[in-house]
Design a protein around this ligand. Sequence first.
Ligand code: UT7
Length: 324
Amino acid sequence: MPKDKKYSAIITALGMYVPDKVYDNKYFESIVDTNEEWILTRTGIRERRILEKGGTSVLATNAALDLMQRHNVKAEEIDCIIVATVTPDMFFPGAVNAWGFDLEAACSGFLFAFQNGCALVESGQYKKVMVIGADKMSSITDYTDRNICILFGDAGAAVLIEPTEDKSLGLQDSILRVDGSGEDSLHMRGGGSLNPPTHETVDKKMHYIYQDGKAVFKVAVKGMADVSYELMQKNNLKSDDIAYLVPHQANMRIIDATAQRMGLSKDKVMINIDRYGNTTAATIPSCLVEYYRNGKIKKGDKIILSAFGAGYTWGASYIVWAID
Ligand code: UT7
């Protein structure tokens, strides 16, 4: 964060959308060789939502509309829209006056998009920037692969970022990282310019996510815990200072390890993996939406957002909550 910046970027409105269709753990027993107990104990997931019709824009648009309706924000007021997603269906149409773009950083997508959105607001050039994390993970999930299909779900969530002159609020600091060494362990090789869709790429299932779970697990635990702890130290934050950790929801065991490293008790960790699974770019903002709506976050709360994902991409951001 530039020290001489005029404005701080704060979250002023929130919205989310999950589709109605539920795949619970029992359902997976009927399609692959697995069991409820394994899924719950190894991941923390009980169920996830699946979008049956339409693409990611359905998730993103509905999250944006939810935000606008609840907080009385008009489309023409929005200056810019940034959509973090790895499953785009088309350019997000959205508002009448806004410009915008998609940003792809897998499970760290929301964090990276949030950083960009805040920078636009801090510059003083834009007053209302909407950042949306939305993914239809079911569109790139192989439902015959038990290693993968139990993990993911579909969701969208949005935050509105606005400027304030009170620099004690809003985004205070971030540490964001990218490192291509994760390519072999977590990828989707088909569909891009390197392997455009052909019969062969489809036959080889190259349009589905591939993950070496064990390899990713190890680096995710270390990456997320390290960066969150580093951010605490850099900002002289003790465990008691922190109201919440908002971790990417990939695996309950990764979340627990991160919280432990930060010295945080369970009640200080935002969780919704049990109900939605891993929704990639939507995990962090959907947690914020739900805890905010349940009256669990208050103005002045110090919150650490933290993510780890494909690439590898990872990072953590420190925000001070600005609204009641
Ligand atoms: O969000 C992006 C970043 N991604 C992550 O952070 C995910 C990181 N990885 C993980 O969350 C975990 O590694 C998984 C949940 C994916 C897997 O858990 P694990 O404890 O690492 O299991 P494993 O991959 O070591 O597999 C243990 C055993 C294997 O059997 P063998 O080879 O030991 O006989 C798997 O074949 O569990 C088996 N297994 C299953 N068994 C029942 C894998 N998937 C299933 C399943 N049901 N669905």
